[in-house]
Design a protein. Structure first.
Length: 148
């Protein structure tokens, strides 16, 4: 005769599983007994005229505001194109041999990279310039640089 396939470890696992199931059922029955319930009426939420969530239904005697459909804007309003913005600044550093430098903006005090290919006039350090900004690989670059 062969040994029983029920080992001690299997019996212990089965006991733990049954105990866990029993505890879960007891918790479920306890929640059901202690719940206030009330059905759908307790779960209802209403939105008032200002868009706030309340638990009281709206008063039908209050006159509602009239809104014209033409006055409602859906989405972002179209931006009026004002053309390219011309920035002013001062050349902080420029290396003629390497062909690049930096311009410090007069308003924001930010520094922008400028390459020799973006120059219209020849510039040296300290020159006041106007320029346009263009997105480069590592940030904003100054292009169309002219002396003032």
């Amino acid at each position: 005769m062969g040994k029983s396939q029920e080992t001690f470890n299997k019996k212990e696992k089965e006991k733990k599983r049954l105990k866990k199931r029993k505890e879960k059922q007891e918790k479920k029955e306890e929640r059901r007994a202690n719940s206030e319930g009330g059905g759908l009426e307790n779960m209802m939420a209403y939105i008032d005229e200002d868009g706030n969530i309340t638990d009281t239904p709206p008063d039908p005697t209050i006159k509602k505001k009239e809104v014209k459909a033409e006055s409602i804007e859906i989405g972002v309003p179209k931006k009026i194109d004002e053309g390219p913005v011309v920035h002013t600044g001062r050349v902080e550093f420029f290396n003629d041999a390497k062909g690049f430098g930096f311009i410090k903006d007069a308003n924001s005090q930010e520094k922008y990279f400028v390459h020799a290919s973006g120059l219209i006039d020849d510039v040296v350090e300290g020159n006041q310039v106007t320029y346009d900004l263009e997105k480069g690989m590592k940030g904003m670059n100054a292009v169309n640089v002219k002396k003032i």
